[in-house]
Design a protein around this ligand. Structure first.
Ligand SMILES: Nc1ncnc2c1ncn2[C@@H]1O[C@H](COP(=O)(O)OP(=O)(O)OP(=O)(O)O)[C@@H](O)[C@H]1O
Ligand SMILES: [Mg+2]
Length: 345
């Protein structure tokens, strides 16, 4: 990739990688981009979901800078980081005398986000009582500071993020269903890095340049072999883990510094889920495992080849016909209009 533009800052200290790096080439991120284009300008709540380290905060910041409220503040509230007893006053502020030590009035983060964006990170961690207060804010833009007599009104765009499954949280009674409907007007689901392996080389190169400059350590682009290893790795910590790896590469100045981590595989892939007390058919299980393993490899290569079947067949060293047959067996549907393929939903 050509040298990327530096991380952009909008004056509020919002660091955002260039958009070609954020979205890359993967189909999954293309869907995210289209959604973001449509919703950034409208004052509706957005819920961003995705595994840890997939870039939820980056996307929230990007929505803010693309919104009509970009000249206003971007206020992040990291819900689990605020001690339980302080969350309410931190969020909604307090009036003089609200509690011992409240010698004056203090605005909360909701108020400081006036005419800007309020980013509620890890929203699932918010306790039920505060979820009710947040519901009121989302319904009519009103809230009452701790110890306050009257409601206050604000004009803020609310973006929430979580790496939890909110449907499960609702089932367990830990998250209010009515609040879920309010925050989930638009839902942006970020793919894991495993689902966008084609983007790994560009993200790596971008981060390498950023950290080479930051630490003043010139580095060479990673070798094709190392990038291949990266595309095979399972990235439990997603882009955050990739970023840490690149930092280590830049500081230590050697590809060997990241080899051990990339060679690690999830232990579960070597422990098949089989009934150990009854009898098993070794032949049947082995055939099934082979088929699953094969489709995983095929999908990985297809993703890396941006879902182009011809290039994937060539990369896999099998005929195009053989690939089509295997895709059919694996239940991968073809989108005839473009000649591309997508996994079945
Ligand atoms: N496309 C990208 N290119 C380069 N760096 C990225 C990209 N997306 C995210 N990052 C970087 O990866 C790290 C994780 O991103 P971010 O904090 O937005 O993820 P997150 O989903 O909010 O993570 P968590 O769930 O752990 O809070 C950050 O340091 C961010 O700058
Ligand atoms: Mg985050």
């Amino acid at each position: 990739m050509a040298r990327s533009a530096p991380i952009r800052s909008n004056g509020d200290g919002l660091s955002i990688p260039p958009e070609q790096v954020i979205f890359g080439l993967s189909e999954t991120m293309c869907v995210v981009r289209q959604k973001l284009d449509k919703v950034a300008g409208a004052n509706i709540p957005i819920l961003i979901q995705g595994e840890s380290g997939t870039g939820k905060e980056i996307i929230a910041k990007l929505i803010h800078v693309r919104s009509p409220w970009s000249s206003g503040p971007f206020v992040k509230v990291n819900c689990p980081a605020i001690p339980g007893t302080l969350v309410e006053s931190e969020l909604f502020g307090y009036e003089k005398g609200a509690f011992t030590g409240a010698n004056g009035t203090k605005p909360g983060r909701v108020e400081s986000a006036q005419n800007g964006t309020l980013f509620l990170d890890e929203i699932a961690e918010l306790e039920l009582g505060l979820q009710a207060k947040l519901l009121q804010l989302l319904q009519d833009g009103q809230f009452c500071p701790v110890g306050g007599q009257e409601d206050k009104k604000v004009d803020v765009r609310v973006i929430c993020a979580t790496n939890r499954n909110l449907s499960e949280e609702i089932e367990q009674g830990a998250f209010r269903q009515d609040l879920f409907y309010r925050i989930n007007v638009v839902n942006i689901q970020l793919p894991s890095l495993r689902e966008r392996v084609a983007d790994i080389p560009d993200i790596c190169d971008f981060l390498r340049q950023v950290y080479s400059e930051k630490f003043n350590r010139p580095t060479r682009p990673l070798s094709a072999r190392k990038l291949e290893m990266m595309q095979r790795y399972h990235w439990p910590g997603n882009i955050r883990e990739l970023e840490n790896l690149i930092k280590r590469y830049v500081i230590l100045g050697s590809e060997d510094a990241i080899t051990v981590e990339l060679s690690r595989t999830p232990s579960s892939s070597f422990v098949p889920d089989i009934p150990i007390n009854g009898s098993v058919s070794l032949k049947k299980l082995t055939r099934q495992a082979m088929r699953e393993f094969e489709s995983k490899i095929i999908l990985r290569i297809l993703q890396a080849q941006n879902w182009n079947r011809k290039r994937a067949a060539s990369a896999l060293n099998i005929s195009y016909r053989a690939l089509l047959y295997k895709l059919k067996e694996a239940g991968v549907s073809a989108r005839r209009t473009t000649g591309d393929v997508q996994p079945k939903e």
